[in-house]
Design a protein around this ligand. Structure first.
Ligand SMILES: Nc1nc2c(ncn2[C@@H]2O[C@H](COP(=O)(O)OP(=O)(O)OP(=O)(O)O)[C@@H](O)[C@H]2O)c(=O)[nH]1
Ligand SMILES: [Mg+2]
Length: 151
């Protein structure tokens, strides 16, 4: 199993997705620190939102095999600079959470593509829809060969 770090703004759904990926009960908990002991690294959204904390994400990304950039379908704007994945020496995937939002997923997908993400998953972490696709992706021996993108 590849080790995945999840980054995204406050409320993007990192912890909920972490619980869904681990088949745990969905239970809201504000993330206060970076937990990096398992195959999933969950980060507080504040680390992405504050420039003075952002370097911690870069440091913890070195612990991971795959960087998961989250964006909820209902986010009003993107925090990610265009082509930011070009700076990353790891596999990067985009993950659209809250896929059943009335906003639809197209806008989030465009923003994630703008970051450079080629592989994008859509999930509803509360119902579990789409979550298995990420588990399958992480289980593959060579994720670079993975061709699945959002349809
Ligand atoms: N319907 C739906 N709700 C979601 C989904 N993901 C997260 N939520 C809800 O969004 C809220 C915030 O989710 P969290 O997982 O705590 O967000 P987070 O990114 O971990 O936030 P921080 O820890 O503050 O950085 C919770 O009420 C979740 O139930 C999803 O895929 N679908
Ligand atoms: Mg959290």
């Amino acid at each position: 199993m590849k080790k995945l770090i999840l980054i995204g703004r406050v409320g993007a759904g990192k912890t909920t997705l972490t619980q869904a990926l681990k088949h745990e009960k969905i239970d809201y908990r504000k993330t206060q620190y970076i937990g990096h002991e398992s195959w999933l690294i969950d980060t507080p959204g504040e680390y992405l939102e504050n420039a003075c904390l952002a370097s911690a994400i870069a440091l913890y990304s070195y612990e991971a095999d795959v960087i998961g950039i989250l964006m909820a379908a209902d986010e009003p704007y993107s925090l990610y600079p265009p082509n930011c994945t070009g700076h990353v020496n790891r596999e990067v995937i985009g993950i659209i959470t809250k896929m059943h939002s009335e906003c639809g997923t197209e806008r989030a997908e465009r923003w994630l593509r703008l970051t450079g993400c080629k592989t994008i998953f859509c999930v509803d972490s509360v119902t579990g829809e789409g979550v298995q696709n990420i588990i399958d992706y992480l289980s593959e021996s060579d994720t670079k060969q993975h061709k699945t993108t959002k349809t």
